[in-house]
Every structure is written in C-alpha cells, then in structure tokens.
Design a protein around this ligand. Structure first.
Ligand code: PMP
Length: 393
C-alpha cells in the first residue's frame, strides 16, 4: 500500500527525546531530571475532587457540548488573573485551549504557510518547533544571551527573513530556565512594531517565581494597543497538567480566526474540566498554593545547585523561577554519551542538543528539579556526580 501522506509529514523528524526516553527506560530505579514534570505530592488532589463533585452536583449540563471559546465564568477568572500582570484581556478575548501547546498549534495553523519563517531563541521549546515545522515553516534561531534575544541579530534576521512571527518564552524559559531583562523585552516589542511582525509569547512558567520582589512584565502587557502580541499560558504547572486547560489572548482579528480554527480542530476543550477548574479557583486559594510551589521548588533548585557547585567546569545561570537548570559542561563531554553512563548509575537528564534549531551544542544539558523531592534530588545528584567523574577520566 502506498500511504500517500501529506507533504508536511516529511517535516517530522524522529524525535531525539523519544530516543533518549528509550535509553532512560532501560534503567532500573532511575531518578529522572529529564521530563518537565511537576511534583505529584504538591497536586491539590482533594480540592480537585471537591471541585468535580460540585460540577456533578450542578446537573448534567457539564456533560454536554459547550462553546468553542470555552466556559465563560472561567474566561472571566482568567481575564482577572492576567489583569494582575498588566495584560488587558476582556473575557470575550480569552480563548480556552487544550493546554498552551494547543494555543501554539492553532496559532501556527492560522499563520503559517509552507516556507514561512518563524524566529525563535536558540535553544528553544522543542514541541513548539515541532508545531511550526508541522505546517512546513522554516524555524530560524536568533542569537541570545542570559538576558534574552540579541536585538542586533534579531533586527538583521527580521529584515532578512521577514518572519510571520517571533516565538519567545521570556520568563523562566524551557529549556534554559532564564528570564529576559526588561530592556530586551522592550527592544523585542519595538523591533516587532518596526517590522510589522507578531510575537507569540509563551508563558507557562511565569508564576513559578522564587523571589517575589522582582517583577517581570509580560511583553503582552507592554503591547498597550494590543496589536502585536499573542499571549498563551496554562494551569499545567500551577494546578495539574492533566486537566489540559490553557488559554490564549491577543489582537481581536487574531482571536476571531483562532476561534474558527479551534472549532475545526476539536470543537471545544473539555467543558467538564473547565467547570471543575472554575470551582477550584472559587473555593481554593490558588495564589497561596502557587506561593507554596515557589517556595518548595526554590528549595529543590538550591539542593540541586549545591551539588553542581562541586563539579568541575560546569556553567549555569541560577534560575529565578521555573523548572529547569541549563548546564554547560566541559567541552569534551558529549551529553548524550554522558546520559548512557548516567542511566546505569540510576539518574537521567535531557541532553541539550535537541533543543537547538541550529548549531547544537553537545556539551549542554537540561536538569529538571521539580519532579523529585530534595531527598531524591540529593541521591540523583550523587549518582550524576559519579557519572561525571567516570566521563572525565
Ligand atoms: N510551552 C512551554 C515552554 C512548555 O514548556 C510547555 C510544557 N512543558 C508547554 C508550552 C505546553 O504546556 P501545556 O500544553 O501543558 O500548557
């Protein structure tokens, strides 16, 4: 049988992450610093159960089809929450999605024709690149440092490639765990305006901030005329990922087309989950819960970092939030080879190379500190130290 797949399927690469997962799966009792998973014991399980009980007690309408744009009372709650970050989004301008991954996919679907260009940081979030490439777009990396994209290189590439949009994760990024300076945020928006180009701001980690004193303004909040920035976030990191509730907001003409394509994609995201989340937000102190997560994850990160300080020739920028430490190791260490040594020691991580859109650096790796408690992190880091020592011999 000749399976006549669409042209876009040619863009699918075998996922390096899948290959890595296979290496990891071969190990026994592996402490994983690999996935971007939250820590399950912190999940508000009892409160979610109560929220679902309330939904079921309210009758059968929650089991019915709902509106494509989502459950209005939840959109109202999200509108209030983003307002606190300086983002003006009326409830009708908030589209509920099946996680921010779907926001990225839907936005790509309405913007990208084959051959169109998307500019990203390099490295960047792998699954976003997969979404862009699935619409046959070309993804071009912009040079960046610890403060964000280099405005000079960005200006050059805006002129050269005339991209459809610029994709950024400016607050506690994946994979680098970094946060952009205010100046770089302003510079990005100014350049986007000058080149009449949209920005897709992906902000799933922004609320996981360890030091409450600093403030990071979302680029969407700087776009006061609401012309250039499409902003997406979700409850995956602050409540639980399995609810699959995310949202997207942006310029009104974009929202109109996004809602049309959302209908074509899946009619709507789960009304049941949206209604349960609405009750959770009403009855539960989510902000208090997020403060607890920030405090705890900060401790997890510090425990991991203490071990890194003892390793030779490792460089990283201490994360101020989020879920990851991005590590640059000795030039002579190939992170995928290190992983094959680490797994028999009972510890895993993700090599950095797959996150690059070009010029992958083999001596980089991403360590997640949220999926294990500090005790397990200590044990995992002892194992990783042994693997390092073996690799350096
Ligand atoms: N964007 C980034 C940067 C992410 O790291 C993730 C998940 N790890 C997502 C989007 C997707 O998250 P979700 O669909 O669960 O909201």
């Amino acid at each position: 049988m000749d399976y006549r797949f669409a042209d876009r399927v040619k863009m699918f690469k075998s996922s390096a992450i899948r290959e890595i997962s296979e290496i990891i799966a071969k190990g026994n009792d592996v402490i994983s610093f690999a996935g971007g998973f939250p820590y399950e014991p912190y999940f508000p399980q009892a409160e979610l159960e109560q929220a679902f009980d309330k939904v079921f007690a309210s009758g059968k309408s929650s089991l019915q089809y709902g509106m494509t744009s989502g459950f209005m009372p939840l959109r109202e709650k999200i509108s209030e929450r983003v307002k606190a970050k300086g983002i003006q989004a009326a409830p009708v301008e908030v589209l509920l999605t099946t996680g921010s991954q779907q926001s990225i996919d839907l936005f790509s679907r309405i913007m990208l024709s084959p051959g169109d260009v998307v500019l990203t940081e390099n490295p960047t979030f792998l699954a976003a690149v997969q979404a862009f490439e699935s619409y046959e777009a070309k993804v071009i990396g912009v040079q960046s440092d610890k403060d964000g994209m280099d405005p000079e290189d960005l200006a050059k590439k805006l002129k050269e490639y005339k991209p459809k949009f610029i994709y950024v994760v400016p607050t506690f990024s994946n994979p680098e765990g970094k946060v952009w300076s205010n100046e770089r945020r302003v510079a990005l928006l100014k350049l986007a305006e000058e080149h009449n180009t949209l920005i897709l701001e992906d902000d799933p980690y922004g609320e996981l901030q360890f030091n409450a004193e600093e403030t990071y303004t979302p680029i969407a909040a700087m776009d006061t005329e609401k012309k250039y920035v499409i902003y997406t976030s979700s409850f995956s990191k602050t409540v639980v990922p399995s609810l699959r509730v995310g949202w997207v907001t942006g310029p009104q003409p974009i929202m109109k087309v996004l809602t049309q394509i959302k209908e074509a994609a899946d009619l709507m995201s789960s009304p049941l989950n949206q209604q349960a989340l609405y009750h959770l937000l009403n009855d539960f102190d989510l902000d208090g819960h997020i403060r607890m997560l920030c405090q705890q994850y900060h401790q997890h990160m510090l425990v991991m970092q203490d071990y890194l300080k003892k390793l030779d020739s490792c460089k990283w920028v201490e994360p101020k939030g989020g879920m990851f430490i991005w590590l640059e190791v000795d030039e002579n260490i190939h992170a995928t080879e290190l992983l094959t040594k680490a797994v028999p020691h009972g510890v895993a991580f993700i090599p950095g190379a797959p996150f690059y859109v070009d010029s992958p650096r083999q001596n980089t790796m991403r360590l997640n500190f949220t999926n294990s408690n500090p005790e397990r992190i200590k044990l995992g880091m002892e194992r990783l130290t042994e693997a390092f020592q073996q690799a350096m011999k």
